[in-house]
Design a protein around this ligand. Structure first.
Ligand code: ZN
Ligand code: ZN
Length: 387
């Protein structure tokens, strides 16, 4: 049963945030408004060295006790909104197309619910409003601040366009991929297009690398494993009658297994060097891992499913996504589970038509609050089960 009072409040907060999306590390207005809402509710805000984003805390009367973190992200994307929303973005070229406005509003709802039973909490709950999830090192900034050092379990949520509004989806293991980015620069020798024999043309090498790269996933990865290799940016030359001196290729590799990610990159590097050097070019290869794969603790993902069912919500297995999610960085240090909630969007995440159904806000808020309370009680009753 949706909590009607809470739902009304959350819908008006959601409208405010949806109208005012801000890019990664620039979420100043968003942070200020979250702070205002929490302060008005009498919730403690911790002094954490973050430029944007914030961490609030609800602490019970027992001074020593377990600590659980509930996490939302808060940033938006460089997308011009073309959605059915009755209150579209008022910031040109910026849009909450990944539903982070939905996440943070749900966490505000959880804060209000938890505040009502704060005194009975057998420990503390940290509410993490994380900046810069969309490629701005937000999770790393939070980890570096040390604010999660005393946290024993962490839970995060994401909207799911695939599921009907209010459906909870959660599974053990990896649900979001490890993501890496590569850059291949081919150095040749430019010159007149009529005199190719005096040049070292990087374009035929680039074309061969693009075609051959497609065999890495199809021919070297087990059909039971998943990997994506996409070349997304090619650049060479400026006009029709000059052979360019250089060609650039950029792209991404994604897998559900973080070690496999580096193996695919090594294969791509070998292939690019082989083709390029055989054609007399100098090959520069650079690679960086943007995020590791999420890794849901099986006990904790089961705990999310049980808690959601106890609240009367429908629970289904998660749909794995090749999209990256920096919640994975927390899970490298803290056992945690990342779950999704259906928002019945007509379009996928990161699409200009993505529209989250606000009717699911109170469900997300109630589940987040319940997870915090139930995790604290489980750990307080049974300290050796601090997973
Ligand atoms: Zn996103
Ligand atoms: Zn997202």
């Amino acid at each position: 049963m949706p909590n009607r009072d809470l739902q009304g409040i959350l819908e008006s907060h959601f409208e405010w945030f949806h109208r005012r999306p801000e890019l990664s590390n620039q979420e100043h207005e968003t942070t200020a408004h979250i702070r205002e809402i929490l302060e008005a509710a009498g919730i403690e805000i911790l002094d954490v060295p973050l430029k944007t984003g914030l961490v609030a805390r609800l602490k019970g009367s027992i001074s020593e006790g377990p600590v659980v973190a509930l996490r939302s992200d808060i940033d938006a994307l460089s997308i011009t909104e073309v959605s059915q929303s009755p209150y579209p973005s008022e910031h040109p070229g910026v849009m909450h197309a990944c539903g982070h406005d939905f996440h943070l509003t749900s966490l505000l709802g959880a804060a209000v619910l938890l505040q009502k039973e704060r005194d009975t909490l057998p420990g503390a709950i940290k509410l993490l409003f994380q900046p810069a999830e969309e490629g701005g090192n937000g999770a790393q900034q939070v980890l570096d601040s040390g604010v999660l050092d005393d946290v024993q379990e962490i839970y995060g949520l994401h909207t799911s366009a695939e599921h009907e509004s209010g459906i909870i989806a959660v599974s053990p293991g990896a649900v979001n991929a490890a993501v890496g980015a590569f850059r291949i620069l081919l150095h040749g020798k430019g010159g007149h297009a009529a005199l190719p024999h005096f040049c070292l043309d990087p374009i035929p090498a680039a074309a061969q690398i693009i075609s051959a790269a497609q065999t890495i996933v199809s021919r070297t990865i087990s059909p039971f494993d998943q990997a994506v290799l996409s070349i997304t940016h090619i650049e060479a030359g400026t006009t029709w009658n000059v052979i360019p001196p250089e060609a650039l290729l950029e792209g991404t590799i994604r897998t559900f297994n973080t070690e496999r990610l580096s193996e695919v990159s090594e294969q791509l590097e070998k292939l690019a060097r082989g083709i390029g050097e055989n054609m007399g070019l100098k090959v520069e290869y650079s690679w960086q891992i943007n995020t590791v794969a999420t890794n849901n603790d099986p006990l904790l993902s089961g705990f999310v499913a049980d808690t959601a069912r106890n609240l009367g919500f429908t629970v289904v297995p998660a749909v794995p996504s090749m999209g990256g999610e920096d919640f994975a960085l927390y899970q490298q240090r803290i056992p945690g589970a990342f779950w999704t909630i259906g928002v019945g969007s007509p379009q996928a995440l990161h699409h200009p038509g993505f529209t989250a159904d606000p009717a699911a806000l109170s469900t997300a808020a109630e589940l987040m609050a319940a997870l915090g309370v139930a995790a604290l009680r489980r750990m307080a009753d049974n300290p050796e089960r601090a997973l």
